[in-house]
Design a protein around this ligand. Structure first.
Ligand code: SF4
Ligand code: SF4
Ligand code: SF4
Ligand code: SF4
Length: 283
């Protein structure tokens, strides 16, 4: 998967026609084979842009910051990124008329071992669901499958699961990189910020991390698009997808097979209800 030339041409065209102020894409780190997001604001820099199976980050995250807010922005979105963008539009975080969206018919990105990332193997929608221009040949929606790690955890006893998560949360340093890297965490005042948190205390304890991360994951319930930006940002390499994929599974099973951001104007799982809901999953 290499759309480098096409993306450089599109960004160059948009700048020369004065249709955008900034283009959000990927560039090489400059010191290894990995890529980082880049914000280009002039024509002469478009040759920095590239797109391959190492273009892993969700660029919709950069729409929530000051340097792109209320500007005319071009950006590249894979299927998962575009689902986050859909939600940002529905939640009025960004204006559609300010965006030029280059959608990717994604073939999957690689993880740090060079193998296809787990979320790509399980991906339900590799093609961008919102775009002005699409690159590649769409392969269509795939069947939903339960996350392999969540299935494995489900096989453990409650005590085993508790022990496992206590160990996981113990490694959290409360840096909030997970929250900052999530496109759907855009609140100006966040309840889990250490300096403002009265509920969870600023202290970096396993218990405060547990409360903060559980609260965070519940704020993403029915909204998480499984891009794994949060997990890639975590300096402690916590398996944060376990929280989100568990929520996703419960919501898929109980809210009419809801998956976040799949369609434009989707109001989210909690707007889907039926008078015949048994509610038997609620504690
Ligand atoms: S999760 Fe899907 S859309 Fe996202 S990078 Fe992987 S294959 Fe592409
Ligand atoms: S919680 Fe993580 S995986 Fe889910 S949308 Fe946010 S960054 Fe992506
Ligand atoms: S964790 Fe909750 S309050 Fe904090 S930014 Fe995310 S959605 Fe907003
Ligand atoms: S990024 Fe990792 S270490 Fe930092 S707060 Fe989130 S889970 Fe904890």
């Amino acid at each position: 998967m290499d759309y480098t030339k096409q993306i450089q041409d599109i960004a160059g065209r948009l700048f020369s026609e004065n249709k955008i102020d900034v283009f959000i894409g990927y560039r090489n780190t400059g010191f290894d084979e990995n890529q980082v997001p880049v914000l280009i604001n002039q024509y002469k820099d478009v040759d920095q842009l590239l797109f391959t199976d190492k273009s892993v980050f969700n660029l919709a995250n950069y729409l929530k910051y000051e340097h792109t807010r209320n500007k005319r922005v071009g950006l590249v979105v894979k299927g998962c990124d575009s689902r986050a963008l859909n939600l940002m539009l529905t939640e009025k975080q960004v204006k559609r008329e300010n965006l030029y969206v280059v959608g990717i018919a994604c073939k999957g990105v690689v993880d740090e071992t060079g193998e296809m990332a787990q979320n790509c193997i399980e991906c339900v929608m590799p093609d961008a669901v919102i775009f002005d221009e699409m690159l590649g040949t769409p392969s269509g929606r795939r069947e939903y499958q339960e996350n392999a790690d969540v299935r494995e955890l489900d096989g453990k006893t409650l005590t085993e699961r508790q022990e496992y998560f206590e160990e996981v949360f113990e490694s959290c340093i409360r840096c909030n990189a997970c929250r900052h890297s999530c496109p759907l965490c855009y609140c100006a005042k966040c309840c889990i910020d250490q300096e403002t948190a009265t509920l969870f205390q600023g202290a970096n304890t396993t218990s405060s991390a547990f409360h903060a991360l559980m609260t965070w994951s519940l704020h993403l319930a029915g909204r998480c698009v499984d891009c794994r930006n949060c997990e890639k940002a975590c300096p402690s390499h916590l398996p944060l997808h376990l929280l989100h994929k568990q929520n996703e599974k419960v919501i898929y099973g109980n809210f009419q097979e809801h998956l976040a951001g799949m369609i434009e104007e989707d109001r989210g799982a909690f707007y889907k209800y039926s008078l015949s809901d048994p509610d038997d999953f609620i504690m």
